[in-house]
Design a protein. Structure first.
Length: 122
């Protein structure tokens, strides 16, 4: 087993039931990321869907909601920042509300960059 897999197995084993479920959901999120292909450079990106945020939303559910709200974004550049935020929540106990707030800013900023990049290329 590679060192990365061994470390992941150790972390997984150290988590409680909810933490394990969150880690699996996050792994599914990473595995399902879009490839970002197919965008046309001179077209404006579609507007975000702005799905409502439930009061008791989990961090992983927020990631799924934000991916649905911003399907036009290439998730690869977002992954490092999102992974850091999820890690801060799952492993370091950072509040879900605080992490979700930052995830929303991350996605909104990425969309703003996409929009301004498209407009600049016109």
């Amino acid at each position: 087993m590679s060192a990365d897999r061994q470390r992941l197995a150790e972390l997984f084993a150290a988590l409680d039931r909810d933490g394990r479920r969150s880690l699996l959901e996050f792994a599914e999120f990473l595995a399902a990321r879009r490839d970002g292909a197919g965008d046309v450079a001179d077209e404006a990106p579609p507007a975000p869907r702005n799905l409502p945020r439930p009061d008791d939303e989990s961090v992983i559910a927020a990631l799924k909601r934000l991916r649905l709200s911003y399907p036009m974004l290439d998730s690869a550049p977002l992954l490092d920042a999102a992974a850091s935020l999820v890690t801060a929540h799952v492993l370091h106990g950072r509040s879900a509300v605080e992490v979700i707030d930052e995830l929303e800013v991350l996605f909104a900023d990425s969309y703003a960059g996409l929009s301004s990049g498209r407009e600049a290329s016109k």
